[in-house]
Design a protein around this ligand. Structure first.
Ligand SMILES: [Zn+2]
Length: 365
């Protein structure tokens, strides 16, 4: 199946009132695991990497402070690898840049071979957001790459994105934005929140989704709406981590609310936190079952250093070079690998079933 832009996958989802999960990865092995999980469910696969992820893939474990040069290396690594995997699978595969922060970084991803990008100008004044998104669209569309913009500010944290309060997207502004920028999809703010701590009284405003979709129809705008900050933070995983000595707190978006809003017009749902949680639980469980492995471990001390954290890029940092080049030679990493792979699969499988995208691979052109 071809390597296709996310635009086609999202339009299929929109027209069939389902949503597609889009999952963040930071290593090649996770991208492969994601494709395998999607193959099992015969569903299209949207692999996402955020800018810090590109820096990590470029070999910098201080990924929040990555340079453009490191991101370029990381983008090339993941795009080359994913394209090759896409040639050998029957499901559609798309590689998407999540939260591109500047024209330069988006250009890096496109030039490396990503076929879908997000430009997040949501923290800019509106007119500047329009201008930046337009500039990205003009470069991306020439290369057949689809573009996601963002309007409204999501509360919470996620790889460089931070704000204290959530500002809902005005549907009329969304229409103006889509008209003027020709973006293919739009991330709106309707009550979701980045990170693991979403509070226990999340209330999604599906009226915003309905109003935006309705206005798009009237104005002949052929775009799709996407949902960020939508990790479910499964409580069974949080509980398992804490039973294994972790100290993670968090609440996700209630699945029932997400499932109610999907048929209203949410076509893509971004999931990042949940994979980190599942991976961390798996690794804690590995050491619990095999205490003899603790002694010479390079992972265990880092994992235990911050029981409230589940950032695998931190506790796997000693192995960054093997993870990003996929030349896995260390015994410890080899043994831990199933924990990483299964962490991705558990979340991709459960989310795809929950979002109703199972079996769509055959229908997406
Ligand atoms: Zn996001």
């Amino acid at each position: 199946m071809p390597y296709i832009t996310s635009k086609n996958i999202l339009k299929y989802a929109r027209d069939n009132h389902i949503a597609h999960g889009a999952f963040n990865v930071n290593s090649l092995i996770q991208a492969k695991a994601m494709i395998e999980a999607c193959e099992e469910l015969r569903t299209a696969c949207i692999i996402q990497v955020a800018e810090p992820g590109l820096a990590f893939l470029g070999g910098n474990f201080d990924f929040l402070n990555g340079t453009l040069e490191q991101k370029k290396i990381g983008a090339k690594r993941i795009a080359t690898y994913v394209k090759k995997l896409a040639e050998n699978t029957f499901i559609p595969v798309s590689l998407h840049l999540d939260h591109g922060r500047s024209y330069e970084s988006v250009k890096i991803a496109i030039d490396a071979g990503f076929n879908s990008v997000m430009i997040d100008g949501s923290s800019l004044p509106y007119e500047e957001n329009v201008k930046l998104t337009k500039k990205v669209v003009s470069y991306a569309h020439k290369k057949g790459v689809s573009v996601e913009g963002e309007l409204g500010v999501l509360a919470g944290t996620e790889d460089h994105v931070f704000s204290n309060t959530s500002t809902y997207t005005n549907p009329l502004t969304a229409i103006d934005f889509l008209k003027r920028t020709s973006a293919d999809s739009l991330a709106i703010s309707y009550g979701t929140k980045h990170g693991a701590v979403k509070g226990d009284n999340v209330k999604l405003r599906k009226e915003i989704v309905i109003a935006t979709m309705e206005n798009m129809l009237h104005e002949n705008i052929d775009a799709t709406i996407v949902s960020h900050g939508s990790s479910l933070v499964p409580q069974y995983i949080v509980n398992e981590i804490n039973a294994l000595g972790g100290n993670v707190k968090g609440h996700g978006i209630p699945l029932k609310q997400l499932q109610e809003v999907i048929p209203c017009g949410i076509s893509k749902i971004n999931i990042d936190t949940d994979i980190r949680l599942a991976t961390t639980r798996n690794i804690l469980e590995f050491f619990e079952k095999k205490p003899a492995k603790v002694k010479d471990s390079k992972i265990y001390p880092l994992l235990k250093e911050k029981p409230e954290s589940f950032e695998y890029r931190y506790y796997l940092k000693e192995y960054i070079n093997e993870l990003v080049t996929n030349k896995i030679t260390s015994n410890e990493l080899k043994e831990i690998l199933p924990c990483i792979i299964n962490g991705v699969k558990e979340i991709v499988l459960t989310a795809s079933v929950a979002f109703n995208s199972v079996g769509d691979a055959t229908y997406i052109k």
